[in-house]
Write a protein of this length. Structure first.
Length: 216
């Protein structure tokens, strides 16, 4: 079944029955423009496009609705602008969408709490693994390295598949990165213009010495 089409005219038009004009929206009946009141659509309210769920529910909740279009000169075609729906139907649709939004918010909150709990457990496991591989590393430093490396969405070693699996190489890489930045002149070398690869080579012996001490 074809929907009722309401046109937003580009040029001034008057209703063929009541002679009111210019018309903001009109219905073409046998080629003649009619205002919404004369077309028996004057009681409908406008819902602009943009919210597909609200539009669908507003249509389903009412008995009468119409699609609103406007001619696009550049594309040489009529494009949908929104719909006209019964006010009560729109109110029911808005209430339904609000309930959905509240449900989605509660779901997001539950998911956030679940991820936070997972992150706490993983950070603790990573800190424990750092302590096992590097028993000489101070507990506070191990916890700090684990917290830094395991930040969700950071792309750091702890968030890689190997890091989440507590792979020894990944855990060692996280510890090595921490030592590089906090216990060597690496950052200062970068700030002074030393190329990254060269700076890493210069601080590698110092890093190896710290890691060797922590492994004892």
């Amino acid at each position: 079944m074809e929907p009722i089409v309401v046109v937003e005219p580009r040029s001034a038009a008057r209703c063929a029955e009541c002679r009111r004009g210019p018309l903001r929206r009109m219905v073409l009946e046998s080629g003649a423009p009619l205002c919404l009141a004369c077309a028996d659509l004057g009681h409908l309210v406008y819902l602009p496009r943009g919210d597909a769920a609200l539009t669908r529910r507003a249509r389903e909740a009412g008995g009468l609705w119409a699609v609103v279009v406007r001619h696009d000169r550049r594309r040489t075609r009529y494009e949908r602008q929104g719909i006209l729906v019964e006010e009560a139907a729109l109110a029911r649709a808005e209430a339904a969408c609000l309930r959905d939004a509240e449900a989605r918010a509660r779901r997001r909150d539950r998911d956030a709490r679940r991820r936070a709990a997972q992150d706490v457990r993983f950070t603790a496991e990573l800190a424990a693994e750092i302590g096992r591989l590097f028993p000489g590393c101070p507990a506070e430093r191990a916890a700090d390295i684990a917290a830094h490396a395991s930040v969700r969405g950071s792309g750091r070693v702890g968030r890689t598949a190997a890091g989440r699996a507590l792979d020894e190489g990944a855990v060692t890489a996280a510890v090595r990165a921490s030592v590089r930045h906090r216990d060597t002149e690496y950052d200062a070398l970068l700030m002074s213009g030393v190329p990254r690869r060269q700076a890493r080579m210069r601080v590698a012996p110092a890093i190896d010495a710290v890691l060797a001490a922590w492994r004892r």
